[in-house]
Write a protein that binds this ligand. Structure first.
Ligand code: F6P
Length: 422
């Protein structure tokens, strides 16, 4: 770890893209590490948009207890956004505005908590800082349930969605097994993950062995083969009596078309996915005649802090702390990544990696993690995944019997600049 030194200027922390069950643990890591070093932290309201619009939050107004409670509170405490900054050439005005806001508030470290698109934005801002002579350190802080960031061994947020998914498959499969004789024979769970099958793969941790659930996993890395899928479901129902299917939202047919494309795109041009489970369910009913249930946990899976992985929560906190240390040690255009130093017993550490190696890249499941028949995970995948869901870190529960989550005050910093349309 580089030696930290206190430097003048403030840090600006922003959350970006889809939030996770533990992104606020990263925020807690950032704020607690900065406080320990005597550095001030502003947060941007709704991610980079808050920075552009000069909607900044003064985190010094939050109590120690409130910041500590972020460690067990899901969602994004300062708001997040999907907003793509164009290239420097296409919209230099936006980048210049960011530098102007940074200058007005003496922001000398920008900590951008997101995925590969956000790593790209942080990299571009660091380049503009250099080009314009504004002294700014840009640190990308990893986060995504999709687990698709390059270089890092895993992404904060993933371990918790993985645990929730494996738990859900284990529990729902007990349900369908009970009903199968006279009622439901096929249960289909759709999971997030975009083009990467990491979350679907994690479902495989629910059971081991040919007949254990989920008996069928559909990965976006493999083209969907309708005949092979139906044959596998039929054979499983005939042998086991029932079948649990886990389908990634990103599965495509042989022509490369998503099975479940909502027809809309976000600011980054990503297709909005979701709805593959009912498509598969209709297929099962039409071709095999089995009664089914399907579930789309959607935001439930990435908000499920009550079932978070302790390992994930710890790693999320650690990358936040490291990001502050890097910024205060004058490092620039880097991301604190998780390095697996030992598989069993699992050990990890954090180290800096260049943003240039992470920006805009996508890490999908390696071939060796998907079984040759395409419907399950290999022993190597199991070895990779298993440590990431280890440990429980339940939130405290209140008198109402529900998790006691914190709501920050989010006190606005007075504006110094004219308004900017973003
Ligand atoms: O990138 C994380 C993710 O959760 C994807 O798995 C999912 O497809 C997407 O976000 C949903 O994004 P949004 O909340 O913007 O619709």
């Amino acid at each position: 770890m580089p030696a930290a030194r206190t430097r003048p200027g403030r840090l600006l922390y922003a959350q970006s893209g889809g939030v996770t069950a533990v992104i606020n643990a990263t925020a807690a890591g950032v704020i607690e590490a900065a406080r320990a070093q005597g550095a001030e932290v502003y947060a941007a309201r709704n991610g980079i948009l808050g920075a552009l619009r000069e909607e900044l939050i003064d985190t010094s107004k939050e109590s120690k207890a409130a910041i500590a409670a972020l460690r067990h509170t899901p969602g994004g405490a300062f708001g997040s956004c999907r907003y793509k900054l164009k290239s420097l050439e296409a919209n230099r005005a936006e980048y210049e505005r960011l530098i102007e806001v940074f200058r007005a508030h003496d922001i000398r470290g920008f900590l951008y908590n997101g995925g590969n698109d956000s790593a790209d934005t942080a990299l571009k801002i660091s380049q503009l800082g250099k080009a314009t002579g504004y002294d700014i350190r840009c640190i990308g802080v990893p986060k995504t349930v999709d687990n698709d960031l390059a270089v890092t061994d895993c992404c904060p947020g993933f371990g918790s969605v993985a645990k929730y998914t494996a738990i859900s498959v284990r529990e729902a499969s007990l349900d369908v097994a009970s009903m199968a004789d006279t009622s439901t024979k096929v249960f289909i769970l759709e999971v997030m993950g975009r083009h990467a099958g990491w979350i679907a793969a994690a479902a495989g941790l629910a059971g081991e062995g040919a007949d254990a659930p989920p008996q069928v996993i559909l990965f976006p890395e493999r083209p969907f083969d309708e005949d092979a899928f139906l044959a596998k479901v039929k054979a499983t129902v005939e042998r086991v009596g029932w079948c649990t299917v886990v389908a990634s939202e990103g599965i495509r047919n042989a022509e490369g078309r998503f099975l479940a494309e909502a027809g809309t795109r976000d600011a980054f041009g990503h297709s909005q996915l979701g709805g593959v489970a009912p498509v598969l369910a209709a297929l099962v009913k039409a071709k095999l005649g089995y009664k089914y249930h399907w579930a789309l946990p959607d935001y439930l899976q990435r908000a499920a802090r009550h079932a978070a992985s302790a390992t994930d929560a710890e790693q999320a906190y650690a990358v936040g702390r490291a990001a502050v240390e890097y910024a205060l040690a004058d490092m620039n255009a880097v991301m604190p990544v998780i390095v697996r130093t030992r598989e069993s017993p699992y050990r990890w550490k954090i180290e800096p990696a260049p943003l240039a190696k992470i920006a805009n890249r996508e890490k999908t499941m390696p071939k060796g993690f998907i079984r040759p028949d395409g419907f399950g995970i290999t022993a190597a995948a199991r070895r990779y995944l298993a440590p990431l869901i280890q440990g429980e870190a339940p939130p405290p529960y209140g008198k109402d019997g529900l998790p006691a989550y914190v709501q920050l005050k989010n006190v606005a910093v007075p504006r110094k600049l004219p308004a900017f349309e973003a």
